[in-house]
Design a protein around this ligand. Structure first.
Ligand SMILES: [Zn+2]
Length: 454
């Protein structure tokens, strides 16, 4: 992740036109917000959700890819209903949607909050036993003594800023599922809060819980039109204040080399022998070493070969290209083409060479109206949180949704060391995220519908 702070956008947020007669209500004073109660609810919900095994499966070829996700989807739907949400649905793809109707006459845009239910493939999500380490005072947090699984500020730098916080870990042998069950817990606690506090004015708020984010197939089936939200935020980020407004541009490439290996190697000289396997490895070698994943960071993109397969006379090289800007994407695509053409120009008796480069996903920045970001920044500032605009060195569900017509940046949710046995959730950062969401709902309620698009 590349982090850069921008404050310029904040001025724009302050100047946004308000609906006639609109005045921001101090939601915390009006509702008598109780931080300890919020932390208690977040802890209880999160600890319950992680006990569902919702690991996704990239070999399943169906959505949701695992039945554990359907089980959690049904439980979440039930809890949404219990907390006053309307129009609660679990569709055939396991996507949970719900609505909290407006209680004000502001006609503000409809804003949505989204989290994913599945957990990563890198570590098991079965029989997760959450441990709550209350009031962290520095030093080691032991996850599993026998297996020497420990987190501390040396291996988890954000812990140095977590003094006094409640930290939740697993117990060894599994991941925790903070990615993204922190998001589920924050959104569900927000839903209960709006239900418990009808005195807090808000526009229409929508909620969605999606499957299979980790394998990138969950939101493909998301019906943006019938969901009916104008703007959305995923709650799937990490440290306090992070607001992810950029993802990579992503392309995939396939280079095919056909030769003639069906010749006895002892008789290869002066025959039709032509080594497609060597062409493929030449191509790989010719790709620039200074543009590889391990030699690039921050805003610099890369090229990576994922596989080289050879069957008889045909070798296929598959890889990916990642870059934040269109110019850099063009430059890196050019490098791939150049390496390919160099092999083509070598003295091989090739029968056929082919290179295709295709789009995978795009940097969501282009699809995000400034207002979606500036209101999130303003919400954080109003809650004494410094917003940090972040560029994700990957894709997010939000980038897919943004290009499907629902602009969706990502807000921090208090998840750390994700996809590993050292994963943890910081309940105090989750609570800050909850306040950001409630403040954001309060701010959106002041926006005029006709002035929301730019
Ligand atoms: Zn996630």
């Amino acid at each position: 992740m590349n982090k850069l702070t921008k404050t310029a956008a904040l001025a724009a947020a302050v100047l946004l036109p308000l609906a006639a007669g609109a005045q921001e209500t101090d939601w915390k004073a009006v509702t008598r917000y109780d931080k300890a109660e919020a932390k208690k609810q977040l802890t209880e919900r999160f600890s319950k959700y992680v006990t569902y095994d919702t690991q996704s499966n990239d070999k399943a070829n169906k959505v949701p890819s695992t039945s554990g996700q359907t089980k959690l989807a049904k439980a979440l739907a039930k809890e949404l209903k219990k907390n006053g949400a309307e129009n609660v649905k679990v569709d055939k793809n396991g996507i949970v949607t719900a609505e909290i109707p407006s209680n004000s006459d502001s006609q503000a845009p409809t804003v949505a909050f989204i989290a994913h239910m599945d957990t990563a493939l890198e570590a098991s999500g079965k029989d997760v036993i959450p441990q709550v380490h209350k009031n962290y005072q520095g030093g080691d947090i032991v996850i599993n003594a026998e297996r020497k699984l420990v987190i501390n500020p040396a291996n988890s730098p954000q812990l140095s800023r977590a003094r006094g916080h409640d930290i939740i870990t697993a117990s060894g042998g599994t991941l925790l599922g903070a990615d993204d069950k922190t998001g589920l817990a924050i959104i569900m606690t927000m839903v209960q809060y709006l239900n418990d506090h009808p005195e807090m004015p808000h526009g229409t708020v929508k909620v969605a819980f999606t499957p299979d984010e980790e394998i990138g197939t969950g939101v493909e089936k998301f019906d943006v039109a019938s969901f009916g939200a104008d703007y959305a935020y995923t709650l799937d980020g990490m440290d306090l204040g992070e607001l992810t407004n950029e993802t990579f541009n992503a392309k995939a490439f396939t280079a095919v080399f056909e030769g003639m290996r069906a010749v006895h190697p002892g008789e290869a000289m002066n025959s039709a022998f032509s080594d497609n396997l060597l062409m493929a490895s030449d191509f790989h070698t010719l790709l620039p070493r200074h543009r590889r994943p391990e030699t690039t960071a921050d805003r610099r993109g890369f090229i990576l070969v994922d596989s080289i397969t050879t069957e008889g006379d045909r070798s296929v090289v598959k890889g990916i290209i990642r870059a934040f800007s269109d110019e850099e994407m063009q430059e890196l695509s050019g490098e791939v083409t150049r390496a390919f053409n160099t092999v083509k120009g070598m003295n091989y008796k090739g029968k056929n060479f082919a290179l295709t480069i295709s789009d995978q996903y795009k940097n969501m920045k282009a699809a995000l109206p400034e207002q979606v970001l500036s209101l999130a920044q303003l919400a954080m500032q109003s809650e004494d949180i410094t917003p940090v605009l972040t560029a994700a060195r990957g894709g997010t569900d939000g980038s897919s949704l943004s290009f499907m017509g629902l602009p969706t940046p990502d807000i921090f949710a208090g998840q750390y060391n994700i996809h590993s046995e050292l994963e943890y959730a910081d309940v105090d950062v989750m609570e800050s995220s909850l306040r950001t969401v409630l403040r954001l709902i309060s701010l959106w309620n002041l926006q005029k519908p006709e002035q929301t698009l730019q």
